[in-house]
Design a protein. Structure first.
Length: 285
């Protein structure tokens, strides 16, 4: 009797061992497959997977930073041979000399300006630089008045930001901007629709050298630029730079001009590259 019980216990142990040895790995394989699938989905959602566009050349295309943008945000020029050079957050101490350099190179650029940012509370410094940019053939676009994250604001607060920036731009150049870039590229689909209702095309970028990211080495920025320029695309490029950084204004910008010209690309304003108006007839009220 004891031998029989022992034999039964031995068989039971063997069965349990088989279940553990054979069953657990199968479960782990299923879990691993689920994680891998989720990883691919996350990669696509982050904008690093297949390029996403819609019929109006807007959509969830990403910049080289890997950020994905809501539907309705422009990120690329329509023509593959175009390059829209853009500068955010200014004007500032380096902007005037940058304008002179670009003008001398026959390069068109767009300045997404804040009326009250690096030269906070000093409109008498801001407005002459905006006028200089406009008078020399550069596009002056909006980047809001004080550079807030629009996703943290109410609709009324967003409207006030746009109104205040329109005022200082109009005082400088006699035009109301019709193109805006959200600070940080941060915007929701509802925000996009609101900005559209204000008469604005909403623009982010397809190339981001991340000059804003703790003063990266120049070569690192150029590697990002060249990787983008060497990637086949059916659309043109919109690049993100910041004229408030000395390295960008004095070193990176000339290297971008050199690289883009070497590729035989045409420098254009953002509005020209998208086929949208640069300016609108009336102010927000």
């Amino acid at each position: 009797m004891i031998k029989s019980v022992s034999l039964l216990l031995f068989v039971a142990v063997l069965v349990l061992q088989c279940v553990f040895v054979l069953g657990v790995p199968v479960k782990r394989q299923e879990e691993a497959a689920t994680v891998e699938e989720a990883g691919h989905k996350q990669k696509d959602d982050d904008g690093e997977g297949p390029e996403a566009t819609n019929d109006s050349d807007q959509g969830e295309e990403s910049g080289s930073s890997g950020a994905a943008f809501p539907s309705g945000v422009y990120t690329n020029c329509k023509a593959a041979n175009q390059f829209a050079l853009t500068f955010d957050d200014g004007p500032y101490s380096y902007t005037s000399d940058l304008i002179d350099y670009l003008k001398g190179q026959g390069v068109v650029a767009t300045f997404f300006i804040n009326g009250n940012n690096y030269w906070a509370g000093q409109p008498d410094l801001v407005k002459p630089i905006l006028k200089k940019a406009f008078d020399n053939g550069f596009e002056v676009a909006s980047h809001t008045y004080t550079h807030p994250d629009l996703t943290t604001l109410s609709n009324d607060q967003i409207k006030q930001q746009m109104m205040d920036n329109e005022k200082i731009i109009f005082e400088a150049i006699g035009k109301y901007p019709a193109v805006v870039r959200p600070p940080y590229g941060s915007v929701t689909e509802d925000d996009v629709q609101l900005l559209n209702s204000f008469g604005y095309a909403v623009v982010n970028w397809s190339i981001d050298e991340q000059d804003w990211n703790n003063n990266p080495p120049l070569q690192q920025e150029l590697d990002t630029l060249n990787a983008a320029l060497n990637t086949p695309t059916s659309q043109g490029y919109i690049s993100l730079e910041h004229d408030v950084y000395e390295q960008t204004a004095k070193e990176l910008a000339p290297k971008i001009v050199e690289a883009v010209k070497a590729k035989g690309l045409q420098f254009v304003s953002v509005s020209d590259c998208l086929g949208v108006p640069a300016y609108k007839e009336t102010a927000l009220a």
